[in-house]
Design a protein around this ligand. Structure first.
Ligand code: HEM
Length: 484
């Protein structure tokens, strides 16, 4: 049985003091800035001094996991604005820069060592990325605040000392987007961030309450996770049991909202969906209705507690409610992971702590039901995640599941019911000028009736503008960096 961390217990303090915040629990602030940094040649001493100053001295801004937990509680229960949150991430190129060539070899994760540009994800070529994200950045400093003006002020103060030893290559700002019910949504209008691995006892208690779980027999999906799902030994301090870090993925994913909304409408027409049932077209692409209601549980939106419901599994052999290629089913197959491949327990080993936030300004209401006023670009998701291994978590999900017609559900070779992920699947273009290779899959015209399943295709409306793999080092690494 998974042992969860009790936030009230003093025994977990050394663990939480030793890691950076945001890994085990989201910082929760609604306004963020990702600052990408590439150091000038020969500035290693200054770069190390700056990294150390983030955790020691009067300008220290990084919060340990423990300090962050405390501020989260103050904010949630007392509404005390506890100010700036910060955490630092270092790329393989960054470790080589700081400590000499090929220091990246100290890390076990091959995907991290290789970096995102070398990854087998069918990504667009780096030459097409935003220029500041296409260079080999060394560090990424994440800042977050509840108040956007205070965040802007902090950015100005924090950036100044960096400019003496490094170039700020990119500054990506994120702002939470809320629907009318104050739930966080992404730009296509769907509630996001519902399904997460849970590491703390209080999170599990909330899950039990939200999902109306009365006893063990009611549990259909158990998101409890051990800290090892996202934490690994900091390779620079192999003998310090509280020196733990986490592998981190950043992807700037642009969303063509107008294109997606039009295609949703066309899909509904192709399947002959009428009236309220038209909403099911989008729900089959995502796996949830806009309000979060899982389409596997209901043929319409509006379930009580929809924005937090997560206690469900899938019919093993059918995709007549949630299609096999629906985004949340591809990225977490739950019980529909074949037993021969390890079933639900295997599926859970690949999950990540997702920490994404939308980017780009909207002048329209994302859920107003209109299409003509929707943006076609310059908005999207700053996808971020923490994990124990990029190779077996993020990269496996994107390359072997989302981009793959068959996996994870099919092991037998018959591909009748599968397709690439409807939201993030990246098929290989058939020709160099093909911009949006289409994926196709089976959709049920009538909810839950497999006899009404028909194949339809859907284009790609999410495009990568750049990204990188990083490591969030331990607090001790940052404190002792000048002696390592
Ligand atoms: C613009 C890009 C993306 C959009 C619009 C998007 C949207 C969503 C939405 C609306 C949900 C449902 C809310 C929830 O269950 O938490 C979700 C869940 C999820 N997404 Fe994404 N997502 C995007 C990118 C990604 C990427 C790149 C990955 C990883 C490769 C990913 C992995 C997941 C996972 C693991 C879940 C939870 C599935 C579950 O446990 O049921 N997403 N996403």
């Amino acid at each position: 049985m998974t042992v969860l961390l009790d936030p009230q217990s003093l025994a977990i303090r050394p663990l939480l003091d030793g890691i950076q915040g945001n890994i085990l629990k989201s910082h929760g602030r609604h306004h963020t800035a990702n600052i990408f940094i590439r150091c000038y040649d020969g500035q290693q001493t200054s770069a190390k001094a700056w990294l150390k100053s983030l955790v020691e001295g009067e300008d220290a801004i990084i919060q340990s996991g423990y300090a962050q937990l405390r501020t989260n509680v103050l904010w949630k229960e007392e509404r005390v604005d506890t100010g700036l949150f910060a955490c630092i991430h270092i790329s393989a190129a960054g470790y080589d820069y700081l400590f000499g060539s090929n220091k990246r070899a100290l890390f076990d994760d091959v995907a991290f060592q290789n970096g995102m540009k070398q990854s087998p994800l069918n990504d667009p070529a780096p030459e097409t990325w935003d220029s500041g994200l296409a260079v080999d950045n060394h560090f990424m400093l994440l800042l977050a605040h509840a108040n956007p003006e205070s965040l802007t002020e902090s950015i100005h103060t924090i950036v100044q000392p960096i400019e003496s030893f490094a170039e700020i290559t990119a500054l990506e700002k994120g702002d939470a987007l809320l629907n009318k019910e104050k739930a966080g949504i992404e730009h296509f209008g769907y509630v996001d961030g519902i399904s997460q691995p849970l590491f703390f006892t209080d999170e599990w208690e909330t899950y039990v309450k939200n999902n109306n779980i009365k006893d063990e027999a009611d549990i259909r999906f158990d998101p409890r996770a051990a800290k090892e799902l996202v934490l690994v030994q900091d390779p620079f301090l192999p003998n310090d049991s509280n020196a733990l870090g986490s592998y981190f993925v950043f992807r700037k994913l642009e969303q063509n909202v107008k294109g997606f909304k039009l295609a949703e409408e066309n899909l509904a027409a192709e399947l002959g969906l009428e009236g309220e049932d038209k909403e099911r077209a989008g729900a089959m692409l995502v796996g949830r209705f806009e309000d979060g209601t899982p389409v596997e549980l209901s043929d319409e939106a509006g379930l009580i507690n929809s924005a937090v419901l997560n206690n469900f599994d899938y019919n093993l052999i059918e995709g007549s409610k949630c299609p096999f290629h629906g985004h949340i089913r591809k990225t977490n197959p739950r019980s529909s992971m074949p037993a021969g491949s390890g079933g639900m327990e295997e599926a859970k080993k690949h999950s990540m702590a997702r920490r994404g936030i939308p980017f780009g300004k909207r002048t329209d209401d994302p859920n107003d039901g209109h299409i003509s006023n929707k943006p076609e670009g310059c908005v999207g998701l700053l996808f971020m995640s923490y994990q124990n291994s990029i190779t077996t978590q993020f990269e496996l999900i994107q390359s072997q599941w989302a981009n793959n017609q068959r996996f994870p559900h099919t092991t037998s070779g018959h591909i009748n019911h599968d397709g690439i992920d409807s939201i993030i699947g990246q098929a290989l273009a058939q020709s160099p000028d093909e911009q949006n290779p289409r994926g196709d899959g089976a959709y049920a015209a009538e909810w839950g009736n497999s006899l009404t399943q028909q194949r339809a295709s859907f284009a790609q409306f999410v495009h990568l503008k750049g990204g990188e793999y990083f490591f969030a080092p331990s607090m001790s690494f940052l404190k002792r960096i000048d002696k390592l």
